[in-house]
Design a protein around this ligand. Structure first.
Ligand code: AMP
Length: 454
């Protein structure tokens, strides 16, 4: 299957090429034809599946026909970071089309937003609060909007935005195409879908399970032992860009500081930061200046960074959905990654729910097993003690993917492949028969999950 089947305008095809997309992702295969036909869509897909391009590409195609210089598409997203990311994707994919977009969110001045919109943009990507402010101030109107996209609707619900969404709907023409994307489908989102969508095409991409290409390990550890465990793992594991999640803003900030003191290029992304500082942290992480980003769930929404090799749940999230979204930051777009979850005795209930959703138990590692597990899991650290493994092996570990389509710039190798390649060097160094055996016992299942010592 290739993009040629969609018959996109050459200006859009140029955008697809510029992004190095070769093959449509499953959600793109399913959603693009229906959106091009003008149908409403209920998309059950988590982040990392290529869902942004699944709606951006056909919307650009539809916007190529018709008037320019007025707002014809509204995209609503829960966080500033996600709104920015969608805007960036539109700019890249639509570079040759001349179609203009703007990201509209709070925390920055209103005036530049008003000026740009009035100068004639066709697409607004907005967070609900700031958009409503503008609509109430009547700085612009949405009377000519033809397409509405509600992205990460479940997260908008989590953040208490549904009343705002319903208010925004009042400013839009009833006659429009509506696309609603959500990773999960709680009752409130089902109701919203019923209210807003007209005979929608349902597109579902493995919505209930965290991305299958992510290997999961659960470390049983109480709060007091987490920081030293983290440092231990980080010192001994080959890691690329690493995203660490904490439950509170304060903990994100202090953990980032502790990691900085320990010599890691770390920063934090949390709600106490100004928009400017958030963007600086995110851009630094994207550019690779920071190898470690410590974030809270809300701040981390919409993060789209190539090749996140590891997600570490320093604190277990409160909901299964949050877990799914966190894990979706690695293993994105069919690349593989590893996710480590630190869980204490108080987390039992939520872990049971997470494992129910995963459809299996995570590998548990605790106390005395830890050193051996890290040794078994690690393949680079033993080669040059004292050197942070990622500094020297990052390149080697990012050369090929396995799937028929591969995200542009995402070249992390499947974990299983990396391990197999590294195994001979490692067994000759480590020399332990037992270690060899446990390494050999690492298996990748049919969905690409890595199992440690099953
Ligand atoms: P999303 O789910 O929209 O956040 O997309 C996840 C990542 O996949 C982004 O980095 C996209 O640029 C990338 N991506 C989207 N579609 C494709 C495709 N057809 N081929 C390769 N990469 C893609």
């Amino acid at each position: 299957m290739s993009f040629t089947q969609f018959d996109f305008h050459p200006k859009i095809t140029a955008g697809i090429k510029a992004c190095n997309y070769e093959t449509p992702t499953p959600i793109q295969e399913k959603a693009i034809p229906a959106i091009l036909e003008g149908r409403d869509i209920l998309g059950l897909a988590q982040t990392g599946t290529g869902k942004t391009a699944a709606f951006v590409l056909p919307i650009l195609q539809r916007l190529l026909n018709g008037p320019r210089g007025r707002v014809r598409t509204l995209i609503v997203a829960p966080t500033r970071e996600l709104a920015e990311q969608i805007h960036i994707d539109i700019t890249k994919l639509g570079r040759q089309t001349g179609i203009r977009s703007i990201a509209v969110y709070g925390g920055v001045g209103k005036l530049p937003q008003i000026k740009k919109i009035r100068s004639g943009v066709e697409i607004i990507v907005a967070c609900p609060g700031r958009l409503l402010d503008h609509l109430r101030d009547r700085t612009f109107n949405l009377a000519k909007v033809e397409h509405l996209i509600l992205d990460e609707a479940d997260h908008m619900f989590d953040m208490g935005f549904l009343p705002d969404i319903r208010r925004i709907l009042n400013y839009l023409p009833a006659e429009r195409q509506t696309l609603l994307f959500s990773a999960t489908m709680p009752a409130e989102i089902r109701h919203l879908a019923e209210e807003t969508l007209d005979n929608p095409v349902r597109v579902q991409i493995d919505h209930s399970r965290p991305i299958a290409t992510v290997a999961q390990v659960l470390y049983t550890v109480e709060q007091s032992g987490k920081t030293s465990l983290l440092k231990d793992i980080m010192a001994k594991t080959d890691m690329g860009a690493t995203l660490i999640f904490t439950r509170t803003k304060h903990r994100a900030e202090s953990l980032a500081r502790q990691l900085q003191r320990a010599g890691y290029a770390a920063t934090s992304l949390q709600g106490n930061l100004s928009q400017q500082k958030r963007q600086k942290a995110l851009n630094g992480f994207k550019r690779g200046e920071y190898k470690v980003l410590v974030a809270t769930d809300i701040a981390a929404r919409g993060i789209d960074v190539s090749g996140i090799s590891h997600v570490i749940n320093f604190d277990v999230p409160d909901t299964v959905d949050a877990f799914t979204h966190r894990i979706g930051r690695t293993g994105r777009a069919s690349c593989t990654g590893e996710a480590f979850t630190f869980a204490g005795s108080g987390d039992r209930k939520i872990i049971i729910q997470i494992e129910k959703t995963l459809g299996r138990k995570m590998n548990r590692v605790n106390g005395s097993d830890l050193a051996e597990e890290i040794q078994n899991r690690t393949f680079a650290a033993t080669e040059q003690p004292g050197k942070k493994p990622w500094h020297k092996t990052k390149k080697n570990n990012r050369s090929a993917g396995r799937s028929t389509w591969r995200p542009a710039g995402r070249t992390t190798k499947p974990v299983g492949e990396r391990r197999q390649e590294q195994a001979p060097a490692r067994s000759s160094k480590a020399g332990s028969g037992q270690k060899r055996q446990s390494r050999a016992a690492m298996m990748v299942d049919s969905t690409g999950n890595l199992f440690l010592n099953p």
